[in-house]
Design a protein around this ligand. Sequence first.
Ligand SMILES: Nc1ncnc2c1ncn2[C@@H]1O[C@H](COP(=O)(O)OP(=O)(O)OP(=O)(O)O)[C@@H](O)[C@H]1O
Length: 636
Amino acid sequence: MASLKTTHHAERVLSTLQTLPSVGAEPRIASSWRRCLVEHKLDPARDGPPRTLTQAELKDFIQPMDGLIHLAMPEIETLYRLVRDGGYCVNFTDTNAVMIASRIPPADEALFRQWKLYTGSIFAEAIEGTNGVGTCLAEERPISVHRADHFREHWATMSCKVAPVFDHAGRLAGALNITSCRTELARPANDLALAVTVEAARRIEERIFRAHFGTAWIASLNGGGEDGGGQNVGGFNVGGFLAFDDDQKIIGASRAARLGLGLSDAAIQAGTRLSDVVVIDKGFERAAPETPIGMRRRDGTRLGHARISQPAAQRRSATTIRHRPARPPQDGQAALMRLAGGHAALARDVRRLIALADHDLPVLLHGETGTGKDLFARTLHAAGSRAGRPYVALNCAAMPESLIDSELFGYEAGAFTGARREGSKGLIVQADKGTLFLDEIGDMPLALQTRLLRVLENREVLPLGAGRPVPVDFRLISASHQDLAELTRDGRFRADLYYRLRGLQVDLPALRERTDKAALIDAVAREEAPEALISPAARAALLGYGWPGNIRQLRHVLRLAACTAEAGVIAADDLDLPALGHGGGTPSLAAAERTVIDDVLRSHAGRVPEAAGALGISRATLYRKLKRLRGITPGL
Ligand SMILES: Nc1ncnc2c1ncn2[C@@H]1O[C@H](COP(=O)(O)OP(=O)(O)OP(=O)(O)O)[C@@H](O)[C@H]1O
């Protein structure tokens, strides 16, 4: 071991080598000190900051944990709001004790920066000695490490409360920490701070669990009360979660449920049923969602109550056995799941979105024309907590650059020649408390990107000619058919705005790539041609086609086919499927496209919306094509 400076604190720590546990430290703290001395050979008197990753290292390190951080973030925010007045910062760490997300109260920011208590710093027990994060992770139990409990004297002004976070399979996923350096914190306040941290960690676990098992039944066992269904961890009764299928076979269990019910991976894989481990009140399948249901262990001991939520797919089948979804969906989340259908990657993204429902994470939708970006954005709005609030959409490709500015940001009365006398609120202000949908964001001019970024950062907008900014609170959903990452690399899109927009990116697959293409064709056929049958040859043609216009084109083709079908059968001949060239963009194909577009525009007297409808593409797509083919945009 390195030569030791013998301060009073160091002497106390070193005495654990002889006198465990009579050094006046709690037994858990004393045994951690011994671990640090004997196993890790650390020096309690060493001074200096913790090891911290460089910005470049941090970027690479954090990227794979994006999903976990997004799931944890809403709970980190809630916890932060609860504890910030006690001077606590909140940190979320990975299993190596690297801080991967932090919230620091502005009043104490300088202090925490000085101590390097922020994202990128490493607090492993084997490096820093006994500390909240490191020791919690080493023992996989909640812990309070208060001032002189720390191994290194360096940390003896800090008070830390930390709870471990376990993933959907009961494995350690990270730790949630709060730290304060305020001296006035009394012991009861400390205990309470640890309790709220444990509860926040439990809620993060619930989000992880639901994100993973979103399409199963989930029982949430209450952790409170003396015989609550969870597991007693370090004095805390922590509730657990069980996922099961329609046959009541258990398919997943959280750490607390595994410990509380004696469930192992092997037992789950062997097909253990709910009734093998618990006795559950009858009729729970028909109970209103989230009603508390009585549960007991097989040996009769009470487990308190569980709240059971139905799988998203179950809710879906209850609402989709009708052919035309004429009314808006009753259940927003089920409607989102319906859009994902059986395409696994999209369904996974939707489950993540549902898990993050209450968090105003910006969402970026990416997909070819007609893949459903607009429909997805509306459905997402309807599925969230802002559903009853305004939904304001702007298509950046369908509007001349000069107008986007005033439309979006608004202006004061008389701000410029031609302005409306009463001024304009602007779409951002109109979206206040609701959702702003910016379609074809890749077409937003660079100068406006800078203004938009400022609005997103400051949460306020300064209308043209206005003296004072207006505070705004909206959820942003943006969409693009272009690859924004590529635009960013080419310098055509601001990288900082791109990262702000893509809190979560959802890739809407092209119809030809959808793994549930057959089911989707049937679903659209039920809506567009409810009376007709599809002949085998027509079905083969629909399945084999390349669908450049995606689901929009599919709708048009089936609508038309329903009109021409004879004896209620859609034959291959009824399908208007234009031959597709290969290597799109060759001069001859472009020329053909130009001719078709010109013809259709002419026959609709230059009216873009009608021409777009006749072509089976959106207005925005037609504008884009016109720009590309002729270098002009027709008047609006
Ligand atoms: N999952 C789906 N199931 C059934 N119909 C869908 C689905 N997704 C989209 N549609 C339908 O496809 C058509 C095109 O959808 P939408 O306008 O949302 O596409 P888009 O990607 O925004 O297109 P564009 O980029 O051209 O504006 C609409 O009629 C919509 O109702």
